[in-house]
Design a protein around this ligand. Structure first.
Ligand code: FMN
Length: 392
């Protein structure tokens, strides 16, 4: 049995990505000048702790309809978040995020009703009983069902209360990333290995294991979200896409000021590994025919905020052992999104152009009233994005 040594980890870091394989779904979407994903609202309240009436609904049928709409509009990917909340969620009258579907199960269910869009599953890989072999097999299965459109968003858990639900103590930040490195190396070795494989790692081991079906394009898509140095280092070695956050909070001008340096550091770290890494950021898009109407909509969301839920959600974000959410401010949590874009269709396009110039490769969209707001985005913003050269 080989030890999961540095050289094996190194080999896993430099294994072929589906982005390098012509004809893979990831290779196809990377032809887009600017990526567009949809962050599915599989938790009640979506990203906004506000009671202003809207259609947004966490149930599967609603999210399936959104996914099919996103696919019809030509968007590139969908994914949802993974959370473990107690009864009452983040509280307030709306019991914010008490209900949530599991994102892995949702993307599995979406696999056979979609044909083109990428499906990314957020999975807490360290809240085991998971062995990397489980996820290698599950992933190979979804890769086979989707023809290479499935990917894993590796999350390691940044909230102590989540770990406690699994009867575990919170694992320290640096150790989590060391474990994630080994988990990813095992996953990639299962997916790439043409032969039965044995290895002894620091955290996991395997003997005479083999994964079939073989992934169609080398391996499934790999994603993570990070703001810290170890998180970004992990991304540069293992991920095709990394979800980033604004180091300066949700206000767009502040974010645009901080993002060029942040994205520049990420690209430099990826270049040191000889890899290309795409970055996605998550904006809340509040778009109306005129700027005035968009701000009125924004202000109505804020006015109807569920104050207790916003306070609790903000406190939970501060309690997280994460570098990614440090710039956030309390009042921005009523509206949600890691950054907020408010304006007319032309202004939204202008912001997206500026995000691209700041080094972002795309956005993971959130809306307040998903069904109506995604439809309006498709009708009013997408054609302008094409004219601006952000979409082909
Ligand atoms: C867009 C985005 C989505 C995320 N989704 C989840 C999630 O669904 N579940 C979770 O536990 N953490 C989620 N995270 C948190 C990350 O997994 C990670 O813990 C966090 O970014 C901290 O990493 P860092 O310390 O490297 O910044 C998300 C982060 C971002 C930026």
């Amino acid at each position: 049995m080989v030890r999961m040594t540095d050289s094996l980890l190194e080999a896993a870091s430099h294994s072929v990505s589906p982005a390098d394989i012509v004809g893979s779904p990831l290779h196809e979407i990377f032809k887009q000048p600017f990526l567009l994903g949809l962050f599915l609202p599989i938790q009640n309240g979506g990203w906004s702790a506000s009671t202003l009436p809207r259609s947004t609904d966490w149930h599967f049928d609603y999210n399936k309809a959104l996914t099919l709409k996103a696919e019809a509009l030509g968007l590139d990917l969908v994914f949802g978040l993974a959370q473990w909340n107690p009864k009452g969620g983040h509280g307030g009258e709306m019991r914010y995020r008490e209900d949530s579907l599991d994102p892995f199960m949702v993307t599995a269910a979406l696999a056979s009703v979609t044909t083109r869009i990428l499906l990314i599953s957020t999975i807490h890989v360290l809240y085991g009983p998971w062995h990397p072999l489980h996820l290698a097999k599950f992933g190979a299965t979804l890769d086979s069902i989707t023809g290479g459109r499935w990917g894993i968003n590796v999350v390691t858990g940044n909230l102590e209360s989540h770990a406690r639900m699994f009867g575990k103590a919170q694992i320290e930040h640096a150790t989590r990333y060391r474990m994630a490195e080994e988990f990813a190396a095992f996953l990639k070795t299962y997916w790439h290995s043409e032969e039965t494989f044995s290895a002894q790692g620091e955290f996991w081991s395997t003997e005479n294991a083999y994964v079939s079906p073989r992934p169609k394009f080398g391996r499934p898509i790999m994603v993570n979200a990070a703001g810290s140095v170890p998180g970004i280092e992990y991304a540069t070695r293992h991920s095709d896409l990394v979800f980033i956050t604004s180091p300066a909070g949700a206000e767009i001008e502040a974010a645009l000021g901080a993002l060029p340096a942040h994205c520049g550091q990420i690209q430099a770290a990826a270049a040191r590994q000889g890899r290309v890494l795409r970055t996605l950021i998550n904006p809340m898009v509040i778009c109306r025919p005129t700027e005035r109407e968009a701000w009125d909509y924004h202000d109505a969301i804020v006015a109807a905020q569920d104050r207790t839920a916003v306070d609790n959600f903000f406190a939970s974000a501060q309690a997280r052992d994460s570098h990614s959410f440090r710039g956030a401010q309390r009042d921005q949590k009523a509206v949600g999104g890691n950054i907020q874009l408010v304006g007319s269709p032309a202004q939204i396009v202008e912001y997206l152009l500026r995000l691209q110039a700041a080094g972002c490769d795309g956005v993971q969209l959130t809306f307040y009233d998903f069904e109506a707001d995604l439809a309006y985005f498709g009708e009013a913003v997408l054609p302008l994005l094409k004219q601006a050269g952000l979409r082909i």
